[in-house]
Design a protein. Sequence first.
Length: 641
Amino acid sequence: MTNQKPKLSADEWDELNFPRPDVQEFDRVVERAISRRGFLGGVLAFGSGAAVMGTGLLKGSTAMAQQASRFAFEQIAIATDSTVHVPAGYNWKIMASWGDALFSDAPAFDPATGIPAAGSDRVFGENTDGMELFNIGGKEVLAVNSEYTNNEINLGTPDVEDAVATSAEDVTRLQNFQGVTVMEIAEGADGWAIVKDSPFNRRITNNTPITADGPAAGHDLLKTEADPTGMAILGTLNNCGSGRTPWGTYLTCEENFNGYFGATAEATFDDAVAAGYKRYGVSTKVDPGNYNYHGFDARFDVTKNPNEPHRHGYIVEINPADATSTPVKHTALGRFKHENAACVVAPSGQIVVYMGDDERGEFMYKWVSRDIYVPGGDTSTLLVEGQLFAATFKDDQTGAWVALTPEATGMSAAEIAIFTRTAASKVGATTMDRPEWVAVNPVSPEAYCCLTNNARRGAMKDDGTPQTNAGGEVLALNAPNPRATNEYGQIVRWRPEGGNHVSAAFTWDLYVMAGNPAVHKDGPYAGTANINAGNLFNSPDGMMIDSTGIIWIQTDGDDSNEGEFAGMGNNQMLAGDSVSGEIRRFLTGPIGSEVTGLTWSSDKRTMFVGIQHPGAGFPAADGLPRSSIVAVKRDDAAMIG
Ligand code: FEO
Ligand code: CA
Ligand code: CA
Ligand code: CA
């Protein structure tokens, strides 16, 4: 009933709302120059050369060929259809779709119009993204993000393009479909399903009361007329990737929070506020924007509540074991377009959290707790007291985490927490090609970050000046981001000094550069040697490393399957071997969708995979398309991860 037009991702939405100048011919010149030098030569220009591309991954290397594959499945072909595919010997089934009831009193899903406003906070939210599963007293409890809404679908108006809220009721509906769903799930004869009315079931929406801690909590910049305390916040916005703490709580990560705000009148703002709006892309335009919340909910109208945007863009901790608990925004971990939060316990017992800021030319971050984690002990300071760092990468394949302190930045602790991007710019953090998910390898002291793509890297603006990030830093090529007009993306890997994630120093390489050797015979756009005709993909985004050390890579890219992207098909999930570098395609999503979010049942016999913003035809041939979580199993029910 709808066309096959892919739904915009939240990142694309942000780009549309805050467009940057078109890429110029200049970057094609750079591309040709690098190609002529050859891939190795191009990389050598940045430093120590071959090793940058990952040991054993260079074209011509026999290292890969000599290794027996660790994968227990045969790679699948690309797909361009409207369903999910997995390898022979595996099966998949829908576990939950947007609009499924969490409670007996929830409204029924109407295939033509979806879910009405009344009761829209009693169902599984839209656009599933990061998720984590917790076993609580023997019950399987899933916490899962709903990143944004496809308004024409969520407002039941599939034939209306660029739909926005046109009433307060519309706004309520959109606000309720986003945030986080906590739900008990169980496996029965027909597979996995939501346990309706479980005491764990809960919706956290754009309006749920949330508190804050850390340096920004209670600061003047977080105070509003409705909340003079500056820490009684309503709602969590644009919940993208996820994380989990060793003490059994869920971390939800606020990404493109800026897109929910707008103005109802021309206004001027304090310098600091205006500068922050600019760096974070908060709109002061008088127009409906993406959602038009501000047309009906004054909280999102920056002319009336200029500090409301400062209350979003954080890491939020949720206790899935207690449906009455108040979530907490941990401002010490910084305010930016948070992708996910990858936690690891260092040998000292300190908690390390790696985080990416997903915007062109923004940075990677690391949090190190002051105190140590003691199982069963007090964990209340671990995401409050400590130090935030930003990453600097050198061309010689070393790097350092630089502390964002008042001394280093000239900013107060609260200002660092609220305007974290500015603080990181002040210490010379390295501009990256859109840091998406970070994953820490549980079987080797290393971590990975998907740098999804960056069309503006090394490019020029219309006015002939170089492209910059929102802070004005030129997006020149650099060693971890070596390609101009980077449409394919890469994954950077780092190993902390001494194998200790607390260390400031690290060495790094590129685990993979995605590319298309059929379109680009050689040169950097052909990709690294672990890219071949059989495993083409673009725009790595979601990423988890399972207990066996296999890297699961999910894509959010161009699924046109033509031109630069010919042979890549629909978005997909691949498995990567961290040692040999081998990458195999494991799952393909339906056309129009992004594959994002991954977790496992406690017995590791089921893998849950998120299908976000599918096009028409998924999961059913008729009716509104519905984002869904699918349960993937082996036919023999053996463990998969
Ligand atoms: Fe929500 Fe950057 O992905
Ligand atoms: Ca997305
Ligand atoms: Ca993402
Ligand atoms: Ca993305």
